[in-house]
Design a protein around this ligand. Structure first.
Ligand code: ATP
Length: 251
């Protein structure tokens, strides 16, 4: 891979779900040592963008390349860390260390015990996110901010070069947000590429190199443009001048 090849290069993505267009002409590039945010209101398509570039949702048009390789041919998933929204993780009995250890699963065979190296990576990741003393705790007993830290630690155990995060600051108090932003800034300085969904830049403002803003599945703002309001598409009126409820919905 040439040095300037983006870690992630998504272009012209069109995605439909349940018969409705969700993403329209969405692109996203992330280079090594670069932090890029996807901003936008509820339902604007942020999570769908992340899930599409991870190959979890099919796209109808466009292209996704990871580390210079077409998504369909990409297999080096240990180079990519994914941090889902913590509220989407439903675990009742697992300890924090078990959750974090699951990030190493791609490094050893099924039914094989984690190696000394696996355990060292887990310990180091817990250390990095400041959860060294919480390893034996049930994951569900952690606070929102601690859960996010544990999920970031899980993603870091495979030593990824690209970290993709879905609202890592959601439900986290302001003080912990600043701590998480500091951690992500440090990882970026160490050369990690970050693609992160946020509702607003908030404490991440100093960490971000670029951002795109989505509105109704389209990019309305990028780093080169000013802010654009995200007004809902106006409802269309019929030829008789009546409100047409069908024409007003997403095209
Ligand atoms: N499986 C699905 N089938 C149909 N529509 C879907 C599906 N998944 C998501 N959507 C719709 O796609 C749109 C974008 O959803 P998405 O989760 O990407 O938004 P988001 O910007 O991440 O929102 P939020 O900030 O609320 O998490 C929403 O209107 C949502 O209802």
């Amino acid at each position: 891979m040439a040095d300037n090849t983006p870690l992630l290069d998504a272009q012209g993505l069109y995605v439909s779900l349940g018969g409705l267009p969700i993403l329209r002409d969405v692109g996203l590039q992330v280079h090594s040592g670069e932090a890029v945010a996807i901003l936008g209101g509820n339902g604007s398509g942020k999570s769908t963008t992340l899930r599409t570039v991870l190959g979890l949702i099919p796209f109808q048009e466009g292209s996704v390349r990871l580390f210079g390789t077409e998504l369909a041919n990409f297999h080096a998933w240990d180079r990519v860390g994914y941090v889902p929204q913590h509220s989407s993780l439903n675990v009742s009995n697992a300890t924090v260390r078990e959750i974090v250890s699951s990030g190493r699963l791609s490094h050893h065979r099924v039914f094989q015990w984690p190696s000394r190296q696996d355990r060292a990576h887990v310990t180091h990741a817990l250390d990095l996110v400041g959860l060294t003393d919480r390893g034996r705790w049930p994951f569900v007993d952690l606070s929102g901010g601690q859960k996010q830290r544990a999920l970031i630690a899980r993603a870091l155990t495979s030593e990824p070069e690209l970290l993709i995060m879905d609202e890592p600051l959601a439900g986290v108090d302001l003080h912990s947000q600043a701590g998480l932003a500091g951690l992500l800034g440090q990882l970026r300085s160490d050369g990690l590429g970050l693609a992160v969904v946020l509702h607003e830049q908030g404490p991440m403002a100093d960490v971000l190199d670029r951002w795109v803003t989505l509105c109704d599945g389209r990019i309305v703002t990028s780093e080169t443009q000013g802010a654009t309001d995200c007004a809902p598409e106006p409802a269309k009126t019929s030829s008789m001048g009546w409100l047409d409820p069908v024409a007003g919905v997403r095209r």
